[in-house]
Design a protein around this ligand. Structure first.
Ligand code: OTU
Length: 672
């Protein structure tokens, strides 16, 4: 670890540091790195913690460090060694070989033991980052896909045990795969021991949640609070007859929001976080993090205190478990998302990763209207992610798609925000005559008429309909659309995250309607059981499964050796004179790549002279197809829903095998 950038502690910090070093003298002897880490991160712990809990007495802070040292003792030697390596190489997760997949353990492989058997499949796909959907013991009955946790220290017994999770972590690491697990920090299940104690009248645990003796405050909050699940969980408060109080429940009524204004909650959650880190997780996905701090008169999302909270947690984790990253699950407005990566003095001190929901939903918008103007405009207005951090880029996930399109960005391209969002919903639910999509409305907002959309990527991109109609050309177009989206996502700054099943084009699944625990929540449409029969066709030439699987496999393989795709290199969105195209340049050191993606069903071209220097000449190497391309007649021409990842090439390298891409396109791939 470098010590030259350790900020000298201030007066109050020095005092605390001295007390900590004395209190944990044995631990400092056992772990020689501990003192250095304390010196380095204590100021951030103190700053965040003090900002939140100015009244908390020092003994609370000391107790936190007791928990930390306990956790450090429980951290196994090989995991501590990994911590040390990552401390020495803090950009370890920025390498282009980082390629993600997310899955439900039960839907993908039945259980944790089954998952070990599937490691070769992950390796085949080039996966090095595996996000397992919530694993910890949920409440019985409906549990929001595991997001209602009854015990942070036990695995869902249907999936396995904590020890099996430890074994899985080891097996994944041996295969070069990092383990990402959900940490559901905004709420616990009503069945969690803390909530049960609160229900039994225990004052300490009632203070863990936000409870109210009458409707006065809930009504006052509701004036500015949106509803996340208006259809099946209206309102944000739930009456609990056992204690005759109203409890804050942003999501389902069985998910009780924790009260982070209480330092007791901070300490207990830190203990749970460290426990999970010690099981061997490399990344904690912080679920619903925008909701963790409430403020009267606001929508109670994205409050500034969240950065204090995250930075205090992170600084503590940097001392105990510096190999662990935080990933923000903040599906909010474009400008708000980037805040979770640390802005305004928190750069590199909040989350290391954040879902790039803005890229995701704007890509789907661009696909629907075959136009990238809004996508380009929005991306160019986004503040850059701090260099120490990067994005998680994805086409689909287990949730609905919300149309997080900002009014101002829509206006900048001559549209109206609400109309644009309505267009997306109408298009992807097949309500427009020219639409190929088969998605479903999720949580219609009665006030505005706007709605989110459920459905698998394949259903939204037209594959479902094309297969049912047995229309080979439509199938081909749908496959091209899907590979286009994946091809952009694997290229952009960040770690690409594939949603399990999308690599074989899984379709909508309606079996959830037969399960009363799920029937009201149509997000289950896009959470099908993995179809291993279909997966077996991934090696059969000509099958749709093979085209898709081979396509994403190639993206991973090619990406992994492209230094220009290092997570620290910026995306430079170019402005071609053609709105159907999306051109992005990535530069890292001497390496340079150009993404050229065509969102239209027809050939499109951009004038070469408008592009930056190396691309003007028209000589390139498409690293995806491993083909040398010469763009003739002054245009970079891209086939329908086509995609290139271009590296600059010299004319001399081109002979004799270059393919000429002519414009107009009749002679595409004619030989020179
Ligand atoms: C997350 O999503 C999970 O991804 C969902 O599956 C859960 O139901 C939910 O938390 C509750 O645990 O509103 O529609 O800004 O968008 O936290 C999904 C973040 C959600 C929210 C997000 C939430």
């Amino acid at each position: 670890m470098r010590t030259d950038d350790v900020a000298p502690p201030t007066g109050a910090d020095t005092d605390l540091l001295r007390r900590l070093l004395a209190r944990h003298a044995d631990a400092c002897r056992a772990f020689p790195f501990l003192e250095t880490r304390l010196r380095r991160h204590l100021p951030d712990v103190r700053r965040g913690y003090r900002a939140l809990y100015h009244d908390a007495d020092e003994s609370r802070l000391l107790r936190l460090f007791d928990a930390l040292v306990e956790g450090l003792h429980e951290r196994e030697a090989d995991v501590r060694e990994r911590d040390r390596r990552r401390e020495a190489d803090p950009a370890w997760f920025q390498v282009p070989a980082m390629v993600g997949m997310m899955c439900y353990v039960d839907r993908f492989a039945d259980d944790l033991a089954g998952l070990i058997e599937k490691i070769p499949y992950l390796e085949e796909l080039g996966v090095s980052y595996l996000h397992l959907m919530p694993l910890m013991k949920p409440r019985q009955g409906p549990n929001d896909g595991g997001y209602a946790v009854a015990d942070y220290r036990a695995v869902d017994p249907r999936l396995g045990t904590i020890d099996q999770l430890r074994v899985l972590a080891r097996r994944l690491h041996a295969a070069g795969i990092h383990l990402v697990v959900d940490f559901v920090m905004n709420h616990t299940a009503r069945e969690h021991a803390w909530a049960q104690a609160a229900l039994a009248g225990d004052a300490r645990f009632q203070a863990f949640y936000l409870t109210f003796e009458n409707r006065a405050l809930p009504d006052a909050y509701e004036r500015t609070l949106p509803e996340v699940f208006p259809d099946f969980a209206p309102g944000n408060f739930t009456y609990q007859p056992a204690i005759d109080r109203w409890v804050w429940t942003t999501f389902y009524d069985f998910q009780w929001d924790l009260n982070y204004a209480n330092p007791d909650v901070f300490e207990c959650i830190f203990r749970e976080m460290l426990f999970l880190a010690n099981v061997g997780a490399d990344v904690l996905r912080l679920d619903a993090v925008p909701f963790v701090w409430k403020r009267m008169g606001t929508n109670c999302q994205n409050q500034p205190e969240i950065l204090d909270l995250l930075s205090a947690f992170r600084a503590l984790m940097r001392i105990a478990a510096p190999g662990v990253l935080f990933k923000a699950e903040a599906i909010v407005a474009p400008d708000d998302i980037v805040r979770y990566l640390g802005v305004g003095g928190y750069e590199g001190k909040a989350c290391d990763l954040a879902y790039h929901a803005t890229l995701m939903n704007h890509l789907w918008h661009a696909l629907a209207c075959e136009n990238t103007h809004l996508l380009r405009t929005t991306l160019s207005t986004l503040p850059a992610a701090p260099r120490e951090t990067t994005w998680i880029n994805y086409v689909r996930c287990h949730d609905d798609i919300g149309w997080g399109i900002a009014d101002a960005n829509a206006e900048a391209v001559g549209q109206h925000g609400r109309d644009t969002r309505m267009f997306c919903t109408d298009f992807y639910t097949g309500a427009l005559p020219h639409s190929y999509a088969e998605g479903y409305r999720f949580q219609v907002d009665e006030g505005t008429g706007e709605a989110r959309v459920s459905g698998t990527a394949a259903a939204l991109a037209g594959l479902q309909r094309a297969l049912v109609e047995a229309d080979p050309e439509a199938v081909d177009r749908a496959v091209r659309r899907l590979l286009l989206l994946h091809g952009v996502v694997y290229f952009m700054k960040g770690i690409p995250l594939l949603y399990s099943g999308d690599e074989i084009g899984q379709l909508n699944d309606f079996s959830y309607l037969n399960d009363p625990l799920k029937a009201a929540d149509n997000r289950w449409i896009h959470r099908p059981q993995m179809d291993w029969q279909k997966a077996a066709w991934r090696h059969t030439p000509g099958r749709v499964e093979q085209c898709l699987f081979e396509g994403v496999r190639r993206l991973a393989r090619v990406r992994s050796v492209q230094q220009a795709l290092d997570g620290r290199s910026e995306d430079r969105v170019l402005l071609p004179d053609n709105d159907h195209l999306f051109l992005v340049e990535r530069v890292y050191g001497d390496e340079r790549l150009l993404l050229a993606a065509n969102f239209s069903h027809a050939w499109q071209a951009a004038a070469l002279h408008a592009l930056p220097p190396p691309w003007r000449e028209g000589y390139s190497h498409d690293v995806l197809a491993d083909a040398r391309l010469r763009f003739a007649s002054g245009f970079l021409a891209v086939p329908p829903y086509g995609l290139y990842w271009l590296a600059p090439a010299q004319p001399s390298e081109h002979k004799p095998h270059a393919q000429v891409v002519a414009w107009p396109p009749e002679s595409y791939y004619g030989k020179t």
